[in-house]
Write a protein that binds this ligand. Sequence first.
Ligand code: PEP
Ligand code: MG
Length: 582
Amino acid sequence: MNEYKGFAASPGISIGKSYLYIEKEYATPKYDIPEEEIKSEHERFLKAVVKATDEIKGLKNQKKKKISKEECRLMDSHILMLNDPEIKSKIVKNLHEKKKNVEWILFEVIEENIEKLNALEDPYLRERTTDLVDISQRILRHLLLKRRQSLADLTEEVIVVANSLLPSDILVMNKEMVIGIVTDTGSITSHIAILAKSLRIPAVVGLSNISELIRQGDEIIVDGNNGKVIVKPGQSLKRLFISNLKKWKAHEIKLLDLNELPATTLDGRTVMLESNIELPEELESVISHGADGIGLYRSEFLFIKPEIFPSEEQQYIAYKNVLEFMGDKGVCIRTLDYGGEKITTAFHEKHEENPILGWRAVRFYLSHPEVLKTQLRALLRASIHGNLRIMFPMISGVEELEKILGMTEEVKIDLRKSKIDFNEDIEIGIMIEVPSAALTSDILANYVDFFSIGTNDLIQYTIAVDRGNERVAYLYEPFHPAVLRLIQKVINSAKDSGIKIEMCGEMAGNIYATIILLGLGLESFSMISFRIPKIKKLIRSVSYEDTVKLTEEVMKLSHAKQIETRIKQWMEEHLDFDPDQK
Ligand code: PEP
Ligand code: MG
């Protein structure tokens, strides 16, 4: 049994078999093999070679007439290389001598051959190195039991283990079959974490090199509540986790009793608790967790298909469906947050050194106004089907905001000319997620109906810490005094100008932050739906006056850790609160 610690990215516990999802180049595992297993290692290798050969033959037959002579020759040469007797006998010899797993032996033999080829004068022969890499990857894929497929083809329940996952990997995967996610990279506000949470798949991320340590088919426990991964657990540990899982689920169900009650403090202050969604599949959960509305619909997941963006009509239907489902409850749809670590497509013809500081969201709309205008037309047309508000991400200053509002006005004028109905009073807001916007929020407040604080990015940009990079995740501090001061400034600017103030970053669903956000005067909290009952329970058990006092006290502290510790201590003193159920 081995235990690894990472970040608790998505809660819940799952126990199952690992499925190594290692894109393109497969990482080569290395481990010792006892004498008595050498024969079966060799058989494993032979089987993988047969499968790889059949695969190429299958490809040849599939393509039949369309195949060029050149392609045919290449496939034949790969079949020959796969079955090269010299490589095969070298593998057997090394297996006996080195007593390592066959993936590693294959890797060494191929490397040796590549070195030999590279030393040759003949450029044609040197070119063969690419073919060697190709065939070794093909064999390796079969050795690791990884088929050439996407996660969409999974047919049995697995825990996906990967170096990292793209949003598109998660969206196309067969969600019924993925019971857990474990990755080397990522932190709690990375996009893998956000998506895993929306799909309610327990996940632990930021485990450095776990994808090299876990073997295909290993039994593992993913403890998404505590950020732990246990490989090959014993029976008693498994039993313990199963009983913890039951307790955790029972607690979650009990909290649903609060669904019909408002989020009102003991002294009568009521705040809104809304839900963030990424996918329409989440709508049921929004309702079943008692959300007051949708505070953030991340529209980029409609744009996930590479190369083609959805048409105005496709978008209109998607937005209309969400609005109709939610009835008179508010729905805040955010326009496409293109770029950064999210969606990049054919528009991105140039590699960016710093995508997070690069051509993202509003900056992208300014060079591709047609993308924003199509989305705005679809949104405005859908606005008559429910209670919609529109929000722009990544605004960094007033010039940008003026341009975007100008474009919105142009779309409205066009719609009016074409006599297409839309809600003339629709509320337009912006996310405050860039420090320059937070610092000028008093100016920006004059232009919009509401602010929504995006703490995921605001923390990243304020502390200069990549939100997806596990190596610097220790610096990612929601309680950093700089972050709290910016939040305070934004809330005050909104209040002074009489506009609404919401928060939709992960911090809005953080139990410890809730107390301070209440005390700072936040009016609306938007979070992943299943956090709502917990946050509601907490809000209903504190007095607003007390949270204001505590907030005044912690705002004078200098260290993030001191602030967090003081909040925890206060909660222990004032509340009947079980931190294990946080
Ligand atoms: C944020 O930055 O806090 C936010 C809600 O947006 P996203 O996580 O999609 O960047
Ligand atoms: Mg953001």
